[in-house]
Each structure stands twice: as C-alpha cells, then as structure tokens.
Ligand binder design. Structure first.
Ligand code: FAD
Length: 365
C-alpha cells in the first residue's frame, strides 16, 4: 500500500493551502481531487476581500498575509465598494476593497503553488471513505496516511466518514454569468429576489458573475426561476453557464480533529455567516490544518494544536457572525420588515454585519 505522511482530500482553496503548508514543512504530501479539471465548474461568486480587509475581520494579520495571497494572474478586476440593496431598491454604499478572481484559474494556481512546494497532486481521483487511518479511493485502492486533511467542501465525504458533520443550514446556491455594465462595486440584493439569502452581481473582466443563495427555495418556484426573475428585474439579459451548489451556514464547531483527521474550509463549516464568503477562511484554516498535520507526523506534536490555532484565529468572529445571521434571519423573508430594518441600522450597520460585527444601533457585542 502507498503511504504518505499527509494526505489532503480536495484541491480547493483549503486543500491547496493545506498541501502547501505541509509540503513546505517537509512532509511527504499527497493531494487528491475528484474533479477532472480543478476549479471547474465555477460554483462561486469569485469575490475576495483584500488581505487588509480580511485582517480587519480576523485578528490574525500574519496568518492572513501568509495564507490569503491571490496569485496575480488569476485577478480579473479590483473593486472598491459594496452596495447593499434593500427590497425596495434603496442602495447603501460603503467601501470594501476586494478582488474578483477567475476561480477556474485561482484553484489551479493555488494547487500549482502546492506542487511547487513539493506536494504531489493527483486528479481525477475520488476518495470514498476514511478507513484505518488512511483513505480509500473510488477504484478500491487504499493509501495510508500519518495525518489526513479533509478539505473536500460542504458535502465532505471525509467529515461524514469520521462522523464529524457540523450542524448547519445548507444554503442552496446558483451562479451564472451575464453581460452587465461594469463598475468597481459589488452588489448584494436582499428581499423577495432571494428570500432568506441574497442575490449578487459582481463585475468580472468583461462580464459579470450573477447568482443567488437561499436558505430554502419557496414553494412553487426553483433556483433557475428566481435567477431569471432577478436578471430580468435588473435588466441583465439571460444568465448563462449556470451551476448550482451549496454553502454551509452555521456555528463554527468546537473541534475539527478526530483521530488522525482534521477538517478545513467548507468541510469544517467555516463560512462567514453574514456575508456567505468562505474562500479566505478556507485558505486560513487549510494553512493551519496542513501545518498541524505536518508537525504531527514529523515532530509528534498533537493534532489538537490545529484546534487551538484555528480557534484563536477564526472562532470568535465566525461564531459572532452566526449569531448575527440567526438574529437577522426572521426579517429576511419579509420585505417590509427587512427594508425597515436596513434603514434602521443604515449603511454603517450593514457594513458592520458584512464585517462580522453587530451594528452599533443594535447595541450588542
Ligand atoms: C454559488 C456560490 C458562490 C460563492 N461565492 C463566494 C464568493 O464570492 N466569495 C467567497 O469567499 N466565497 C464564496 N463562496 C464560498 C466558497 O466557494 C467556498 O467557501 C470555498 O470554495 C471553500 O473552499 P474549500 O476548499 O473548503 O472547498 P471547495 O472549494 O468546495 O473545494 C473542495 C474540493 O474538494 C474536492 N472533493 C470533494 N469531494 C471529494 C472527494 N470525495 N474526493 C476527492 N475530492 C473531492 C472538490 O472537487 C473540490 O475541488 C460561494 C459558494 C457558492 C456555492
């Protein structure tokens, strides 16, 4: 049987960063992905805040700088503003510096960086379960591992295999591209266009990424119909290249370690609940997971070090965001209440929520 010190399942942002960190520390590292082409299909809005903005959300400047760098050849456009649009069209505008990336290029580039550090990348190869401390592949072969990083996204096979499935609501998402006037702002639209979620319009290089996510699809409609209706309302033309996927929203779990396995990224429920972004937290948790896995196999450090590291960097803001999201949720399926609520907290309140903080007018911490 083949054996690696660290086996990473999934070559998305979490897995690529985990593999790079483990390989840089000298661990023999294998990263496996079941996609025939990394980053394809695009199931993402493709927006990332800049590292300065991410450092404003998480008290982890060094980690952000190490893990959240965007390969320059994957950048489509930089953006400076966020607009939150109420159900009746009122626009709240505030600064948010960000980067639109091509996820097709981004996932490939991050995986190449892991390879450059010495990790071995194999795809398309699916992992079907974790067994006896190793992974079992779709073709029945097994690979032994000193430590396993489950970075296999929201429906994590690794997580289910070891009985570590965090409690969450799986938001249903659809994304597509449209022709659109291009600007340096990203837009989130709230209300009936995407009940209990939001619709978005993000400018790419020559077109725009459009999509929406909802906690549940209202009876009598479906994701495509909601997207068509939003595109029509915003005069965007017909959305093409549609894909559907999931975003896990809920509290960050207490622990992401079981046996010789650690979870990172969406597999670990580390999406920011108030804005739905998960790429930066996937990159940071992936880096920490790969680091802990390598130190475990090479120096005998406990894998529980990973829990200490990600909790110190990510837990508090993510847990607060989950509480804010739960507080706001009842308002988000009622247009009038939502519009009044948005007016009440104002642009600064919406800005705070996007930054995983309570709006000042709600007087909480
Ligand atoms: C429609 C949509 C829009 C989004 N927009 C944004 C956005 O604009 N900004 C943002 O920050 N976040 C966004 N997100 C969230 C973001 O995409 C995720 O949080 C992020 O991709 C998580 O990275 P990850 O590496 O944990 O998982 P993933 O990116 O899902 O990567 C998991 C990898 O594991 C592989 N895999 C899965 N199962 C197996 C298996 N059994 N064997 C082998 N390989 C496997 C997959 O092929 C995949 O490559 C969006 C999500 C969706 C669905």
């Amino acid at each position: 049987m083949e054996r690696y010190e660290v086996v990473v399942v999934g070559a998305g942002p979490a897995g690529a960063l985990a593999a790079r960190a483990a390989a840089e520390l000298g661990a023999s590292t294998l990263v496996l992905d079941h996609r025939p082409e990394l980053g394809e299909p695009v199931q993402c809005g493709e927006f990332l805040p800049t590292t300065d903005e991410i450092s404003d959300l998480f008290d982890a400047t060094e980690l952000v700088r190490t893990a959240c760098g965007v390969p320059s050849n994957t950048i489509l456009r930089t953006t400076r503003w966020m607009h939150c649009v109420s159900p009746y069209g009122h626009r709240f505008r505030f600064p948010l510096a960000g980067t639109m990336v091509s996820r097709r290029a981004f996932d490939k580039a991050l995986a190449q960086r892991a390879e450059g550090a010495g990790a071995e990348l194999r795809y398309p190869i699916g992992v079907v379960r974790v067994r006896d401390g190793g992974v079992e592949l779709a073709d029945g072969r097994r690979i032994a591992a000193g430590a396993i990083v489950g970075a296999d996204g929201p429906v994590s096979t690794v997580g289910r295999s070891i009985g570590l499935v965090p409690a969450r609501t799986m938001f249903r998402m659809i994304t597509a591209t449209v022709e659109s006037p291009l600007d340096d702002a990203i837009e989130l639209h709230f209300g009936g266009c995407a009940p209990r979620g939001y619709a978005w319009l993000f400018p790419r290089a020559t077109d725009a990424n459009v999509g929406l996510g909802v906690a549940e699809v209202p009876e009598g409609t479906n994701l495509d119909a909601l997207l068509d209706r939003f595109a029509e309302r915003e005069h965007l033309g017909r959305p093409r290249e549609r894909t559907r996927w999931w975003v896990p929203i809920g509290d960050p779990p207490d622990s992401l370690v079981r046996g010789n396995v650690v979870l990172a990224g969406d597999a670990a429920n580390l999406v920011m609940a108030t804005n739905g972004g998960g790429i930066p937290t996937a990159m940071m948790s992936g880096w920490l997971a790969g680091t802990a896995a390598a130190r475990h196999v090479r120096d005998g450090a406990p894998l529980a070090d990973y829990d200490r590291a990600w909790r110190a960097a990510l837990f508090e803001p993510l847990e607060r965001a989950a509480r804010i999201q739960r507080f706001a949720d009842p308002y988000t399926s009622h247009d009038l209440l939502l519009a009044l609520g948005m007016r009440y907290i104002g642009g600064s309140g919406l800005d705070a929520m996007m930054r995983l903080r309570w709006p000042t007018r709600l007087g909480r911490n």
